[in-house]
Design a protein around this ligand. Structure first.
Ligand SMILES: Cc1ncc(COP(=O)(O)O)c(C=O)c1O
Length: 391
């Protein structure tokens, strides 16, 4: 115990700085409303963009897969854990994304930490947006490449950084597609133009674009009309797809290589039959109909319009991620707390996740919210916001 005593000092310091992360307990399925810490509240904080996390078709698919394949894959995929379902999902995802191939992994986080160290190493340079997700940062740390950060969404700064960095063996330009705290989009065409000029590999993490942007939710690369122009696409199956898992999409060459050299693929057991079957059902639904994606965008536009009319600033979001900008961390956390008491669960986000003075409430809109749900949210944001002098 004494050897771990330093952890107590760390925890005390986290508490003193007001950075303690209180983790609430969910006691029902994810939906527009759910039960949290015993209270039924409106859900404005999940990534369940299309409402698939509790979809009947996905649940039936998962149950059927358990009956046919059991609950666990039994081994890492490279030994005896690749089930026909995994291969089927990889083929269907490749068709959905319009790439030659995909590899399915345990999570979106793992997809980044698998890929980055596999394609870069000593003597290479990685050019990474300063606001890239933690899983990209950790993937870069696992690579022996040197990491150079460029200003957020700034292709001109990317070019300056590439020029200043000089010669190297290989270069990788890597960015989030949708930035999860602001909901803004990476300027992929401009980044790609610079990357091409300097012969850089390109990689985009589409975690929050999948199921949201592009035709039938095919993601940011489709949104920009760049299918097969970006070398490496990372996807997650745990947000709009409503399940859990991650994948990499790209050329057959890339995917063959990751199946030989991707360490989490080789050394960690893959997704379960239930997860994979539910993801297959999600791909079916997305291919068959764009309705959910359209409803998501209608809801996002409706909510943002109402929040603006009520006097709130929703930042620079271009997606259903709606940051309600507050500034002061204590005020944002008080707003979140009082909203929860009023029946609206919307998470406050502050330093170190966002810059100091940029605290906000992040409202996550879903296709399954009704107009009444969104009106309920705006009403309570307004009442509590007025009481706190925010609007
Ligand atoms: C940009 C980005 N990449 C990756 C991930 C991780 O995805 P997963 O939850 O599937 O591990 C997230 C999740 O928050 C994300 O926002």
């Amino acid at each position: 115990m004494a050897r771990l005593g330093f952890l107590q000092a760390e925890l005390d310091s986290i508490r003193e700085q007001g950075l303690w992360n209180t983790i609430r307990t969910v006691e029902s399925p994810q939906g527009s409303w759910f039960v949290v810490n015993g209270q039924r509240v409106l859900n404005l904080c999940s990534n369940n963009y299309l409402g698939l996390a509790d979809d009947t078709t996905l649940k039936e698919a998962a149950k059927a897969a358990v009956d046919r394949f059991g609950v666990g894959p039994g081994a890492v995929r490279s030994i005896s854990g690749t089930q026909s379902l995994h291969l089927e999902l990889e083929e269907r995802l490749a068709r959905f994304k319009g790439t030659e191939a995909t590899i399915v992994l345990q999570s979106g986080f793992t997809a980044n930490t698998t890929t980055i160290p596999a394609v870069t190493g000593e003597g290479d340079l990685i050019f990474s947006d300063e606001l890239n997700h933690a899983s990209i940062i950790d993937g870069c740390r696992l690579s022996k490449a040197k990491v150079v950060r460029h200003a957020h969404n700034d292709a001109a700064d990317l070019q300056r950084q590439i020029q200043a960095a000089g010669e190297c063996r290989r270069r990788l330009v890597i960015t989030d597609g949708v930035f999860s705290m602001d909901g803004d989009l990476a300027p992929l065409p401009a980044l790609l133009e610079v990357a091409r000029k300097y012969d850089c590999m390109t990689m985009v993490d589409d975690a929050h674009g999948e199921g949201v942007l592009g035709d039938h939710g095919r993601g940011i690369v489709d949104h920009y009309g760049l299918v097969n122009e970006i070398d490496i696409e990372i996807g997650t199956l745990s947000k709009a797809f409503g399940v859990v898992g991650g994948y990499v999409a790209g050329s057959r060459l890339l995917i063959d290589y990751l199946k030989q050299r991707g360490r989490p693929f080789l050394f960690s057991t893959g997704p379960t039959p239930a997860d994979v079957a539910a993801c297959l059902a999600a791909v079916d639904l997305l291919e068959a109909s764009d309705d959910r994606v359209q409803r998501l965008w209608e809801n996002a536009r409706y909510f943002k319009g109402k929040m603006h009319a009520a006097g709130f600033d929703t930042g620079k979001s271009e997606t259903p991620i709606t940051p309600v900008m507050i500034g002061d961390a204590a005020k944002a956390s008080q707003l979140s707390r009082e909203l929860f008491e009023a029946g609206v669960y919307a998470q406050s986000i502050s330093f170190p996740t966002v810059a100091r003075g940029k605290a906000r409430i992040r409202a996550m809109i879903s296709a399954v919210h009704s107009r009444e749900d969104l009106d309920f949210a705006v009403e309570h944001f307004t009442v509590v916001g007025r009481r706190l002098g925010l609007v």
